[in-house]
Design a protein around this ligand. Structure first.
Ligand code: UFG
Length: 330
């Protein structure tokens, strides 16, 4: 670490951000640059976009499997976002997840061990828990993933625990719930879009005729699934705090969500209010693998990281996503 005090009492760090051309990775990389850190983005652009790499980052177009060559230059930490993250695809093409997520992450851990990289912040997921026995979900909840996506992220979490303990790495896994919103020019633009809010906004933009509501017979008040939507900027803030609070030899795990659930119909209504568009919707069959309700307890992140959400309001989250969607309509 070198001089120059940054946010959260962190000195300026040299950080490797894998997946920094993707949605969450690009927002976090942008915020780290703004906080005064030196950021190198490693991304193979398989799902990311070259123009999403924030100004001020050095960009290396390579796979995470090649991280050793990059880490040999000497880094203070790694933020590991690069991953495949489509639940449905993980069921039909599990090899893409076991190779692309698990094997690549093991190579990254090996590279960190080899070159003595001291810190890791990993993008884990609520999908590691599977169908919850109770909500809000705490970090001690049973981890019984219901799809290969969640299983591969959980496998990586286990590997990180043993590497942290054996090799003194200061590691933090952040288990995201439903990330939404945007930060200026950085937002969600997947080639294959499956997420609720960007799909609804595509209807408002006239790129889709209607939104399918996957099931209206769930055991919830209005019959549609409930999810916990967190603004991507609040998530980015948690990453900076995780870097600051990581402890050598320990692997800490934090859930990140709003702690409030919104049903699919509530999201739809809020999108209608924000966009002023009627957004036609039609109920259809349940999507396989969907749990009825996912709500996070983020108490541990609040008490240990000092994290607090600044952007809890669903309309505010959707307004930011809408501003981005209109700016980058395709
Ligand atoms: N939904 C619809 N219609 C659509 C798309 C989604 O009704 O066209 C519903 C889904 O059935 C679900 C809700 O909207 O009930 C949210 O679905 P998303 O696909 O937006 O998000 P998921 O909850 O399935 O998954 C997200 C991430 C996962 C992560 C999970 C944890 O994509 O990586 O949140 O909460 F694991």
């Amino acid at each position: 670490m070198t001089g120059l005090s940054s946010s959260y009492g962190l000195d300026r760090m040299r950080l490797l951000v894998t997946g920094g051309a993707g949605y969450i990775g690009s927002v976090c990389a942008a915020r780290l640059v703004e906080a005064g850190h030196e950021v190198v983005v490693l991304d193979d652009l398989s799902t990311g976009h070259r123009d999403a790499v924030p100004d001020g980052c050095r960009f290396i177009q390579r796979s995470v499997e090649d991280a050793a060559t990059v880490l040999a230059e000497g880094f203070d930490g790694v933020l590991h976002f690069a991953a495949r993250s489509l639940v449905g695809e993980s069921v039909t093409h599990p090899q893409r997840y076991w190779l692309g997520n698990v094997v690549a992450s093991l190579r990254l851990l090996e590279a960190m061990r080899e070159h003595g990289t001291p810190r890791l912040v990993f993008s884990s997921t609520a999908a590691t828990y599977g169908e919850p026995e109770s909500v809000p979900i705490i970090e001690e909840a049973a981890t019984r993933p219901t799809n290969p996506y969640g299983a591969t992220k959980l496998a990586i979490d286990h590997a990180i625990s043993s590497y942290a303990l054996a090799h003194g790495i200061a590691a933090v896994s952040l288990r995201y719930f439903n990330v939404a919103g945007a930060y200026g020019q950085y937002g969600e633009r997947h080639l294959v879009e499956t997420h609720l809010i960007p799909l609804i906004l595509q209807v408002a933009l006239g790129h889709r005729d209607e939104i399918m509501v996957f099931g209206d017979d769930w055991p919830t008040a209005d019959g549609t699934c409930i999810r916990d939507y967190i603004h991507v900027l609040d998530l980015a803030d948690a990453h900076e705090r995780a870097l600051a609070h990581a402890v050598p030899g320990q692997h800490r795990i934090y859930n990140l969500g709003n702690g409030t659930g919104f049903s699919v119909l509530q999201v739809l209504d809020t999108c209608r209010q924000v966009t002023g568009h009627p957004i036609p919707a039609r109920a259809t069959a349940r999507r396989p693998g969907d749990p009825a309700v996912l709500i996070a307890s983020s108490d541990r992140a609040r008490s240990e990281l000092g994290w607090k959400q600044e952007r809890c309001d669903l309309a505010m989250i959707i307004a930011d996503a809408w501003q981005f969607a209109r700016r980058y309509p395709r």
